[in-house]
Design a protein around this ligand. Structure first.
Ligand SMILES: Cc1cc2nc3c(=O)[nH]c(=O)nc-3n(C[C@H](O)[C@H](O)[C@H](O)COP(=O)(O)OP(=O)(O)OC[C@H]3O[C@@H](n4cnc5c(N)ncnc54)[C@H](O)[C@@H]3O)c2cc1C
Length: 419
């Protein structure tokens, strides 16, 4: 299924009969989260205009393309899957291997992000949303009665009046900045190249740790059909003057695992931010933020699509009701934002676990952790309780049941156990 963008760009004339509003909602950003939001709103009878600044959906993409089963079940886009992922090989800095997973249980899907994003947006369009590509807002005014937007389009500047604006415009969200809605708790930088010739195992992703290749986080190699996505992510506070590209070069050229990369030929590269830590306030009068714009990526894996979809499902009923009643003041929307508190808490706990087990451990401590993880009984526990989507049950069980971990995790454990 491909979008006929030229047709889409022939915008329908603005409707002046809808109680003075051209649309109920304008969504800025036609990424996966904007696309999914447009479908959930339109299937509930809300009229939606989506603005996308690029001429194409899904380009440029900045993602390892892993979609968890729950998110996949919401959009049912198995046709975009390149490789089902059922296992992982995780390496300590010195090379201790923790191998998890079984072919019987698919843990996540490696998809073609271009096809995935296009298809999610297409679901919104088929459900009634209108999409303007090569179009972005340049001026925003919000009054008690309406949202007034000035939009730059290929046909010139247009003015649109709506009940509400939703920012699904990614990590550097224009809507978030314009409305001064703050910043996510932390922002990681990720760099990824797509290669042929990597020596991996079909269906298994590889994760590499170590302060020289991905300080505080991990590097990855993810099978994606005929290619493999090789990436690193970290934070500036950990990498100092180095760039993610420097780290990637070390992983591939000089690191312990360089032999696996010796035949690699690069076919694409992407650099991007991973904003994690849901904003204190995702809403304000007649406005709400979603996806990366709201800082929704998971602190443990950087995955943003699954939690982005979950956020929408969590609030959609209340949001539709408020839009229909046209009660969209700050107080009303704050009540909707409060529904995210459980997700915020869960993200904080996951961050605490990540810090305890990974980010705040030096290489020597990581070796100790891996030695325990590599024990057969612990691998069984990981296979049984471990979930990419929700690492908290596994992490908590480990902290409670494996005495060696108590002394390793220190302060961070308390935030995990008691927060
Ligand atoms: C290296 C790396 C690997 C990652 N791997 C994964 C992974 O495996 N799985 C996963 O779930 N997540 C992953 N992520 C995170 C994931 O890419 C994001 O969480 C996800 O794309 C968020 O979707 P979104 O729709 O909120 O934002 P985006 O995908 O960023 O989409 C925002 C859209 O808004 C448009 N836009 C921006 N500003 C404007 C404007 N002013 N006007 C109009 N349009 C605008 C953009 O062009 C874009 O189309 C990764 C991120 C990085 C950097």
């Amino acid at each position: 299924m491909r979008l006929e963008l030229e047709d889409i760009n022939k915008a329908r004339p603005l409707n002046s009969d809808m109680n003075d509003y051209d649309y109920d909602v304008v969504i800025v950003g036609a990424g996966p989260v904007g696309g999914y939001l447009s479908r959930r709103l339109t299937e509930n009878g809300i009229t939606v205009l989506i603005l996308e600044e690029h001429a194409e959906i899904g380009r440029p993409f900045q993602c390892a393309g892993l979609i968890n089963p729950k998110a996949m079940s919401l959009v049912q886009l198995e046709n975009t899957v390149l490789t089902p992922i059922w296992g992982a090989r995780i390496y300590s800095p010195e090379g201790t291997l923790v191998e998890i997973g079984h072919e019987d249980k698919i843990r996540t899907w490696s998809v073609c992000r271009k096809l995935f994003d296009e298809a999610v947006v297409m679901q919104g369009i088929e459900s009634g949303a209108e999409l303007w590509v090569s179009s972005k807002p340049i001026k925003l005014e919000i009054t008690n009665e309406a949202v007034e937007l000035e939009i730059r389009t290929p046909e010139g500047t247009k003015n649109v009046r709506s009940k509400m604006i939703c920012g699904a415009d990614g990590a550097h969200s224009w809507v978030r900045r314009t409305l001064r809605l703050g910043r996510p708790k932390e922002t990681m930088i990720g760099m990824q190249i797509e290669v042929t010739g990597y020596q991996g195992v079909e269906g298994k992703l590889d994760m590499y740790t170590g302060s020289n290749i991905s300080p505080g986080f991990f590097a990855w190699a993810i099978p994606s059909g005929e290619t493999t996505r090789i990436g690193v992510w970290s934070q500036t506070k950990y990498i100092g003057d180095e760039s993610c590209e420097d780290l990637l070069i070390k992983l591939m050229k000089t690191g312990k695992w360089s032999h696996r990369f010796k035949d690699c030929k690069e076919v694409g590269r992407f650099v991007g931010s991973v904003p994690s830590g849901i904003l204190k306030k995702t809403t304000s009068r007649r406005a709400a933020l979603f996806g990366d714009a709201a800082g929704i990526c998971k602190p443990t894996t950087g995955g943003g699509i699954g939690p982005g979809f979950s956020h929408i499902d969590l609030i959609i009923e209340d949001l539709v009701e408020s839009i229909n009643k046209n009660i969209l003041d700050s107080k009303e929307l704050k009540n909707i934002d409060k529904k995210l508190d459980k997700m915020r808490k869960s993200q904080n706990r996951a961050r605490g676990l990540r810090d305890a087990f990974l980010s705040q451990s030096d290489d020597k401590e990581l070796e100790e952790i891996f030695k325990i993880w590599a024990k057969p009984e612990v691998i069984s526990m990981i296979n049984e309780v471990g979930e990419i989507e929700n690492p908290i049950p596994l992490g908590t069980k480990m902290l409670k049941e494996i005495p060696e971990f108590r002394k390793l995790a220190g302060k961070a454990i308390r935030s995990v156990l008691w927060s």
